[in-house]
Design a protein around this ligand. Structure first.
Ligand code: URA
Length: 196
């Protein structure tokens, strides 16, 4: 059977009630990008900005990702961007909505959507951004700190790797570290682009 189209999946995911996160999120933030993308980038979950816009990676982490893609000669319009969890999980702190990590149950509940996206796009390369995506896709024992930037044998795609989440790069404690982390992050995305 032919896998469902992305627009079909997106429509179905919009009313997903497989976990409770829909109650707090503004909307389901489904993946974005062409069905024929060679590269799929997978993050953790939409953040505050993405939740409001309904698009993945449109906030500060997304801006850094855009720069990394451009540095590798790619453009976001040509890659498929998505998340392991498709609702923003947050807790209130004053007037702000503070990101909370999704738990195993929420990740599992959302998995059919991600599997549907991978099945339909069949990218040549997948890059997991951060530990949540890496462990969801490559196993609980996977450590980004140990295997970052390495190709990992996986049935998900011919080339699969994990790197840090761009938001963690932005949280670097000082300018020098941030600069070095940006360089390393750019190098990982460049390596991913080299197999396309
Ligand atoms: N962080 C993510 O993991 N995904 C987004 O879409 C935005 C920020």
């Amino acid at each position: 059977m032919k896998p469902r189209s992305l627009s079909q999946l997106r429509k179905e995911a919009a009313s997903c009630r497989a976990c409770d996160l829909w109650e707090r999120g503004t909307q389901t933030v489904f993946g974005a990008g062409p069905e024929r993308a060679g590269l799929m980038l997978i993050g953790e979950q939409p953040g505050d900005r993405e939740d409001l816009a309904g698009e993945p990676f449109v906030g500060p982490a997304g801006k850094l990702l855009d720069r990394a893609l451009e540095n590798a000669g790619l453009h976001r319009a040509g890659v498929y961007l998505t998340n392991v969890v498709k609702h923003f999980k947050w807790v209130p702190r004053g007037k702000r909505r503070i990101h909370e990590k999704p738990n195993a149950r929420e990740i599992k509940a959302c998995r059919p959507w991600l599997d549907g996206e991978i099945e339909r796009v069949r990218p040549k390369a997948i890059v997991c951004l951060g530990a949540t995506a890496a462990q969801a896709l490559l196993g609980r024992d996977f450590r980004v700190s140990r295997e970052r930037g390495e190709w990992i044998a996986s049935e998900l795609a011919p080339f699969v790797m994990a790197t840090v989440h761009p938001a963690s790069v932005l949280r670097s404690p000082d300018e020098a570290t941030r600069h070095a982390e940006i360089e390393r992050f750019f190098a990982d995305i460049l390596k991913a682009s080299s197999v396309l």
